[in-house]
Design a protein around this ligand. Structure first.
Ligand SMILES: Cc1cc2nc3c(=O)[nH]c(=O)nc-3n(C[C@H](O)[C@H](O)[C@H](O)COP(=O)(O)O)c2cc1C
Length: 402
C-alpha cells in the first residue's frame, strides 16, 4: 500500500454526531497510508464513541479537555494547533460549525480551530433539515469565505431514518480531500481536462454484452490527480465499480458509440485529453431486441467496426494535448509508436498488460511514455495514483513549453 501521507501530521477533530464511529475507519485508513494521527474529541463525541477506540488505533492519547493536565509542559490546544499539517473535523456537527463561524472557543476542539494556522477542513454530518437550515448554510458560507474548506455531505438514508442530504462524506472522499489539500501543487489551475476511463459494453441482446477487463482504475487515478492539481475534469466513464473522484464532472456511458458522442461534445473545451478507456473496437452489427434463446448448436455474431475515437480526436485537434494509452501484450514499443503517429497524438503511454503486477485490474502500473518529440521515459512499477502524477508531470512540461 502506498504511504501517501508518510510523515504528515493529521489532526482529526470529532464532534458529537452519530457518524463519529466512522472516524474510527478514517483514522485507521489514514494510519495505513502513513499518517501520524492525533485526535481531539468534544465531550459530546465521547458519549457516542469511546476515546479508547482512537487511543488504541493511534497509539496516542485522545484530547478532550482544554484544562486536562499533560505529561509534558505544553498548553494542549497550542501544541496540537502547531503540530498539525492539516486539521480535519469529521464529523462536524451543526454546533461546531456554528461555534467556529462565531469565533467561539469554549472547548479544546473549537479553541484549536481558532489557534491553528493549518488548513482546516470540515466534514459536516447531520439530519437533512438541520443541514438545510439557513443559519447552518450561512455559517458554512461564512467559514468558506474565511478560507475554511468543506467536504460536502453525501445523500442517503440517515441514522434518524430520514432520507436526504447530510450523511458524512464517504471516508474515501474525505481522504481525497485531505490529499488534495496537503499536496496542492496547483499547476493545472485554469486547465480543462477530459479523461476517459473504464471498459465499454457492446450489447448482444437486452441481457448480454461484450466487454473487456479494464477496471477504470488508471483513468480514475488520472482524473483525481488532475483535480488535485487544480484542473477542471470531465470524466467520461464506462461501467466500473469505482467511486468517482470528488469534484469530477462525471459522464457515465455504456457503449463505444455513447463514449464517442460524449467525448466529441466535450472535446472543444478540453486543453488536455487522457484517453485511458478501453474502448471496444467492434460492436454487434444488430443487437437482438429480445433475449437470444438457446437452441442451435452454434450461432454467429456479426461484428462491425466502432469509430476510432482517438483517431477522430487526432484529426480534429486544435489546441488539445492528446495522450493515448496502448495496452499491449507484445511488441509494445512498435505498436505504441505506430499509434502515436497514426493518430496524431502528443504522448502515448505504452504498457504491457500481460504482466500480473501491472495492467488492467491491478492497483499498480508501469510503462513507457513516448512523446511525439521522440523522447521516451520509462516509468517503473508504482501505484496508479503515483503513476498518474508522473505522466501528468511530463505532460505539464509540454504545456509550459508551448
Ligand atoms: C444520538 C445523537 C446523535 C446526534 N447526531 C448529530 C449529528 O449527526 N449531527 C449534529 O450536528 N448533531 C447531532 N446530534 C446533536 C449534537 O450532539 C448536539 O448538537 C451537541 O450539542 C453537539 O456537541 P458538539 O458539537 O460539542 O460535539 C446528535 C445527538 C445525539 C444524542
Amino acid at each position: 500500500m502506498s504511504k501517501i501521507f508518510k510523515d504528515k501530521n493529521i489532526l482529526i477533530g470529532i464532534s458529537g454526531g452519530i457518524a463519529a464511529y466512522k472516524s474510527a475507519d478514517l483514522t485507521s485508513r489514514l494510519i495505513k497510508l502513513g499518517a501520524n494521527i492525533k485526535i481531539i474529541m468534544t465531550a459530546n463525541a465521547t458519549k457516542l464513541i469511546q476515546p479508547l477506540t482512537f487511543q488504541s488505533l493511534t497509539g496516542n492519547p485522545v484530547y478532550v479537555d482544554t484544562f486536562q493536565s499533560t505529561e509534558r509542559w505544553d498548553i494542549e490546544h497550542i501544541a496540537l494547533a502547531k503540530w498539525a499539517d492539516i486539521f480535519v473535523i469529521a464529523p462536524a456537527t451543526a454546533n461546531v460549525i456554528g461555534k467556529a463561524a462565531s469565533g467561539i472557543a469554549d472547548d479544546l476542539l473549537t479553541t484549536t480551530i481558532l489557534a491553528t494556522e493549518a488548513k482546516t477542513l470540515f466534514a459536516p454530518a447531520m439530519n437533512t433539515v438541520m443541514y438545510q437550515k439557513q443559519i447552518v448554510q450561512d455559517n458554512i458560507n461564512k467559514l468558506k469565505n474565511l478560507g475554511y474548506a468543506f467536504i460536502p455531505p453525501g445523500r442517503g438514508r440517515l441514522a434518524c431514518g430520514d432520507w436526504g442530504e447530510g450523511k458524512l462524506a464517504d471516508v474515501d472522499v474525505i481522504i481525497q480531500h485531505i490529499e488534495s489539500h496537503l499536496y496542492s501543487s496547483k499547476d493545472m489551475e485554469g486547465l480543462r481536462v477530459l479523461v476517459t476511463a473504464g471498459p465499454t459494453r457492446e450489447s448482444i441482446d437486452p441481457v448480454r454484452y461484450i466487454t473487456n477487463r479494464s477496471s477504470g482504475k488508471m483513468g480514475y487515478a488520472i482524473a483525481e490527480a488532475c483535480i488535485q492539481r487544480g484542473a477542471v475534469v470531465d470524466l467520461v466513464t464506462g461501467p466500473t465499480s469505482l467511486q468517482a473522484p470528488a469534484g469530477a464532472n462525471v459522464f457515465p456511458v455504456e457503449s463505444a458509440m455513447d463514449m464517442y458522442q460524449t467525448v466529441l461534445k466535450l472535446y472543444d473545451k478540453a486543453d488536455i485529453v487522457f484517453k485511458s478507456a478501453a474502448v471496444a473496437d467492434y460492436r454487434i452489427k444488430e443487437m437482438a431486441s429480445n433475449k437470444i434463446k438457446k437452441g442451435q448448436d452454434s450461432i454467429t455474431l456479426e461484428l462491425v467496426r466502432n469509430p476510432d475515437i482517438l483517431m477522430e480526436l487526432g484529426k480534429r485537434k486544435t489546441k488539445q494535448i492528446l495522450v493515448g494509452f496502448a495496452a499491449e501484450t507484445e511488441e509494445l514499443e512498435k505498436h505504441a509508436l505506430k499509434k502515436l503517429n497514426r493518430k496524431n497524438l502528443d504522448f502515448i503511454l505504452g504498457n504491457d498488460v500481460s504482466t500480473k503486477e501491472s495492467g488492467f485490474q491491478s492497483d499498480a502500473n508501469q510503462g513507457i511514455l513516448f512523446s511525439k518529440d521522440g523522447s521516451t521515459i520509462s516509468i517503473p512499477l508504482m501505484t496508479k495514483k503515483e503513476f498518474a502524477h508522473r505522466i501528468i508531470d511530463e505532460v505539464m512540461k509540454k504545456v509550459k513549453f508551448d
